[in-house]
Design a protein around this ligand. Structure first.
Ligand code: BV8
Ligand code: ZN
Length: 256
């Protein structure tokens, strides 16, 4: 496979040398890492809109309270589409790295579950999971989020098994806080030697702030993305191309 156009082999070699030094590696992924699996990105072609509504307007508590059935139709449609998507070579490469490097953390903004399905170790689901549900009410003790992998939910909107009230997707909506233990683990993971930002537009906060935080900890920060992003100005190395082409080319061990 020819290298992605515009991809400098010397830059690839620089990342490879740093990986082969056995660094403490942290990776932040966004929707771009799942693009090759057929999962629409939020700001790319069409992924951000549904029935004329913007994803960031639908992925809110306000939208859910106003019309839980409509919001659940959107999530149900996304779950059905995701159920036929497979991890791609970018997910597979990161899964191998997660098992071969002793200090590895993957912080994903994606809710699609493809990193887990690829067998990646130590995944932090920064924005939760579309395959998890939790009580939307305030039943106490509310059950912990539960996993439901059925592509088509039998009842929409689904109910909470404990109180019979509405269930909601186990994701973090705009305006909602990141789960404190996940946020703390991600903030600890930016203290690393090498930080890769892969397939993210670096627009959504506080995830976007992790790049500068890693830099401030002395990490060498790399962006893997076919396009410039909100974080391009604060990285040390840019690999301008698709993750599914670039990542599999990077050898974790010097060729014997
Ligand atoms: C919070 C789950 C406070 C739901 C999601 C500071 C400044 C400005 C705004 C804010 C700020 N702080 C907070 C905000 C508000 C808001 C925000 O950031 N808004 C944005 C729009 C400006 N943030 C929040 O609301 C967050 N909460 O801060 O709460 C708080 C604190 C305490 C107490 C109470 C409240 C919560 C944000 C989480 C929202 N939930 N997802 C669902 O999915 O249904 S975010 C959702 O959008 C995704 O999860 C993802 O994270 C994000 C999209 O970003 P990307 O993943 O980067 O995807 P995108 O499409 O944008 O880009 C794709 C990239 O891939 C592109 O660059 C493209 O070039 C590239 N690409 C394409 N193909 C490939 C590729 N790359 C590599 N290979 C390829 N083949
Ligand atoms: Zn309940």
């Amino acid at each position: 496979m020819a290298l992605a156009a515009g991809l400098d082999p010397l830059r690839l070699a620089e990342l490879e040398a740093r990986l082969q030094a056995g660094p403490r590696l942290s990776v932040l992924t966004g929707a771009g890492v799942s693009a090759a699996s057929g999962v629409p990105t939020y700001r790319g072609g069409g992924g951000g809109m549904w029935r004329g509504r913007r994803a960031q307007d639908l992925a809110t508590r306000e939208a859910f309270v106003a019309d839980p059935a409509l919001v659940w139709e959107w999530y149900d449609e996304r779950r059905r589409r995701l159920a036929v998507c497979q991890p791609n070579p970018a997910h597979a490469t990161l899964a191998v790295w997660s098992r071969q490097l002793s200090v590895f953390t993957l912080i994903t903004q994606n809710v699609d579950g493809l990193h887990e399905r690829a067998g990646t170790r130590n995944v932090l689901r920064f924005h939760g999971s579309i395959w998890h549900l939790r009580c939307a009410g305030s039943c106490w003790p509310a059950p912990a989020p539960w996993e439901d992998l059925r592509p088509a939910l039998p009842v929409l909107p689904p109910r909470c098994p404990a109180c019979g009230g509405l269930a909601r997707p186990g994701v973090v909506w705009f305006g909602e806080a990141i789960e404190p233990s996940v946020l703390a683990a991600a903030e600890a993971a930016v203290d690393c030697d090498l930080f890769l930002a892969i397939g993210t537009s670096a627009v959504v906060w506080p995830a976007a702030g992790l790049l500068a935080a890693a830099r401030a900890c002395g990490a060498f920060v790399v962006e893997v993305n076919p396009e410039p992003t909100g974080g391009s100005h604060e990285v040390d190395l840019v690999l301008r191309g698709p993750a599914e082409d670039i990542l599999p080319r990077i050898r974790l061990a010097p060729s014997s």
